[in-house]
Design a protein around this ligand. Structure first.
Ligand SMILES: [Zn+2]
Length: 87
């Protein structure tokens, strides 16, 4: 199965939590190899998990994922993948 970005976003927490089945995990990894947007999301999500790892709390700040997804939608509309933004 070929995943699109939306699928990958659904799977990212499971991916980081290691709860995906092998096939899904492989599909996500394949997508991440070529998708800068999802790689960036994976990184930032992982950072949040690290920040909250002490208490094993996996809740994101309220509104975080909505804002993130809105930004992503914007970024995807401007595809090809966004250039690094200069200040
Ligand atoms: Zn993607």
């Amino acid at each position: 199965m070929v995943l699109n970005c939306r699928h990958v976003w659904e799977y990212i927490s499971g991916y980081l939590d290691n709860t995906l089945d092998e096939q899904t995990r492989a599909d996500v990894e394949r997508h991440l190899e070529h998708c800068e947007i999802c790689s960036a999301i994976l990184d930032s999500t992982r950072n949040i998990l690290i920040l909250t790892a002490d208490d094993r709390v996996f809740e994101l700040p309220v509104g975080y994922s909505e804002r993130l997804h809105a930004r992503l939608r914007e970024a995807m509309l401007k595809s090809p993948p966004p250039e690094p933004q200069s200040p």
